[in-house]
Design a protein around this ligand. Structure first.
Ligand SMILES: Nc1nc2c(ncn2[C@@H]2O[C@H](COP(=O)(O)OP(=O)(O)OP(=O)(O)O)[C@@H](O)[C@H]2O)c(=O)[nH]1
Length: 313
């Protein structure tokens, strides 16, 4: 049943001043810019006014994607590398530290949209260097300034290439990477396994069904697989400790995403709306069941994983 929010529940008056958005992160090549393009089209079709903010100083001009705010107007990776004599990685870290010290530039650009009567939805396309989200503090500091000064409710969307599922060692490292990012950034967080179409195509390279990898089921199986490798078998205790760390936190699981399958994109988008609280707002029509599922978890397995569970499992 579709209903207008304000007829279903009382939304506090201050809610209309809150802005929402997504912070799109993930290792290089995981599909961040492609996701940004796809999700912005979906959200625009839903009637949201999307503002795309490029925070990657190495991003080149992307076909069919217009950045409304672009860090390259402040600093580019080429300038840093040429003037500071740094490599691409060091250059990127420098650029984000530069953004932190010149955060007013970003605040002013975002204020332009905040001051308009329309409610905008922000998508931040971020650099792929994972150190920025694991231990380096500049990005975290920039985000905390944005949240405090602009009342921006962000959800972090961490894209991981599903190709990593084909190797037990790589899979464990993506779990640790995702967990570390969740703990470091302290934001509502959605992990996404991208390029699911490719994982399906090479399904025979996977030891278990795709739902094993998305749901992060019993990791003892992965440990056993690691033992089969003569190099990894030497590190059994270390691997067991790493696996139990992921299991003890029990925070990491993934949403499947295939850029060509709209249903996966809609499911990721719904999960994000629940995570950052957008689902409680008054901006568009929404489904009462989706709202209830945020508060009391009233969501069936079928709704959560989707009708085509067998397709992605
Ligand atoms: N088959 C398939 N390819 C995808 C999918 N999503 C992204 N790609 C491809 O993956 C490649 C990398 O995608 P990008 O969006 O540039 O990845 P990125 O994370 O922004 O890359 P960097 O900016 O270099 O960090 C491109 O060739 C995309 O077309 C998907 O769902 N399926």
């Amino acid at each position: 049943m579709l209903v207008r929010d304000n007829k279903v529940c009382n939304v506090p008056h201050w809610f209309k001043f809150v802005r929402f958005g997504q912070l799109i992160i993930g290792p290089p090549g995981s599909g961040k810019t492609t996701y940004c393009k796809t999700i912005s089209k979906l959200l625009t079709d839903l009637g949201r006014k999307v503002v795309i903010v490029n925070l990657d100083p190495a991003n080149e001009v992307v076909e069919d994607l217009e950045f409304h705010i672009d860090i390259c107007e402040l600093i580019t990776i080429c300038d840093v590398m040429n003037h500071m004599n740094l490599g691409p990685n060091g250059g990127l870290m420098y650029a984000i530290e530069y953004l932190e010290t010149h955060v007013k530039w970003l605040l002013d650009k975002l204020h332009f949209y905040q001051e308009k009567p329309d409610s905008y939805y922000f998508l931040f396309d971020c650099p792929g260097q994972v150190e920025l989200y694991m231990h380096h503090c500049s990005m975290k500091n920039v985000l905390s300034i944005l949240q405090n000064k602009l009342d921006l409710r962000l959800c972090c969307v961490n894209l991981i290439d599903s190709h990593y599922c084909s190797d037990p060692g790589k899979y464990i490292s993506t779990l640790l990477l995702s967990l570390t990012m969740m703990l470091h950034l302290e934001l509502p967080h959605i992990n996404v396994l991208s390029k699911m179409d490719l994982a399906l195509k090479h399904k025979n390279q996977l030891s278990y069904g795709l739902d094993y990898y998305t749901e992060v089921l019993d990791l003892q199986y992965i440990l056993e697989q690691l033992q089969e490798d003569p190099v990894n078998s030497k590190f059994k205790k270390l691997n067991a400790a790493l696996i139990s760390l992921v299991e003890d936190f029990s925070l990491v699981h993934f949403h499947p995403l295939n850029k060509k399958d709209n249903r996966t994109i809609v499911r990721v988008s719904n999960a994000i709306d629940k995570a950052n609280g957008y689902v409680y707002g008054t901006n568009e029509q929404r489904n009462i069941q989706a709202m209830l599922s945020c508060t009391i978890g009233a969501e069936t397995e079928q709704e959560r994983i989707g009708l085509d569970r067998d397709f992605y499992a």
